[in-house]
Ligand binder design. Structure first.
Ligand SMILES: Nc1nc2c(ncn2[C@@H]2O[C@H](COP(=O)(O)OP(=O)(O)OP(=O)(O)O)[C@@H](O)[C@H]2O)c(=O)[nH]1
Ligand SMILES: [Mg+2]
Ligand SMILES: [Zn+2]
Length: 236
């Protein structure tokens, strides 16, 4: 009997995730070596990921000391168009638009390839805007330092409960469009209680990309970035 008939067959989805995890570990090692804090921003289409980044980059540019030679960079994923990349390029000179075609999430190889388009020696903070989607981006490690889940008031107060994997995986939850509270029937206590049940320790910030509400806390969280350990993952 031929030995090959005994070969264990690994289901394709598992194999895809395995390859992804290997590349993600390489990304993580590279970012750690360069001392870059990276944030994967995951949220539904229209939740305000780009608006949040536009406002954040604007404030960071205002606060940046002229002598600092390192600053933020952004990788932004969409199925089609360069619109988000163009919006962000107004506030940041290191923006790479990733076109995923039919792909509904970013994978580690997208991030690896996009990182090659940036002079990473001049970067200390890397934002990754994932494709607008609350579901599968959660399952793909990109090599990021932290995952930020963004929900917004216009989506309804039940979305945290309906998307438990994002809430469980997030290092920070943002509730955006808080400026619209007077006009919507969004029950904040329902949203917060659902988040607490799923992830008792995750910080939750109410923000508005439009008015800047909550930005002091958001920027303070970014500032407090966990120390990137240059030795981490170097064995990969
Ligand atoms: N009132 C209000 N509108 C907001 C806020 N943040 C975003 N918006 C609006 O919401 C819409 C969608 O915002 P985007 O930043 O494009 O959302 P996105 O999450 O990047 O969307 P995709 O990249 O398509 O997934 C835009 O019209 C924004 O102006 C906010 O805090 N308050
Ligand atoms: Mg966007
Ligand atoms: Zn997907």
């Amino acid at each position: 009997m031929n030995d090959s008939t005994h070969t264990t067959r690994i289901p394709l989805a598992e194999r895809v995730l395995e390859v992804n995890d290997t590349i993600a570990a390489q990304n993580r090692a590279e970012l750690a070596r360069l001392g870059i804090f990276s944030v994967d921003i995951i949220g539904a289409p229209g939740s305000g990921k780009t608006a949040l980044l536009e406002a954040t980059l604007r404030v960071l540019a205002e606060r940046r000391h002229p002598a600092t030679h390192r600053g933020p960079a952004v990788l932004v994923g969409d199925l089609a168009t360069r619109r988000d990349g163009d919006r962000l390029a107004r506030w940041c000179d290191k923006v790479v638009q990733i076109s995923t075609g039919q792909g509904c999430h970013l994978e580690a190889n997208h991030v690896r390839d996009a990182m090659r388009g940036i002079d990473l020696a001049t970067v200390d903070l890397l934002f990754i805007e994932n494709v607008g989607n609350l579901i599968c981006p959660v399952g793909f490690d990109l090599g990021q330092s932290a995952k930020v889940g963004i929900f917004s008031l216009t989506e309804g107060d039940d979305k945290a409960a309906k998307h438990p994997y994002l809430v469980e995986a997030a290092d920070l939850i943002l509730l955006n469009k808080i400026d619209l509270l007077p006009y919507l029937t969004f029950d904040r206590s329902v949203f917060h209680a659902d988040v607490r049940l799923l992830n008792p320790s995750v910080p939750v910030l109410e923000v508005s990309a439009t008015t800047g509400q909550g930005f002091d806390e958001w920027l303070a969280w970014l500032e407090r970035r966990p120390a990137v350990d240059p030795a981490a993952d170097l064995a990969v």
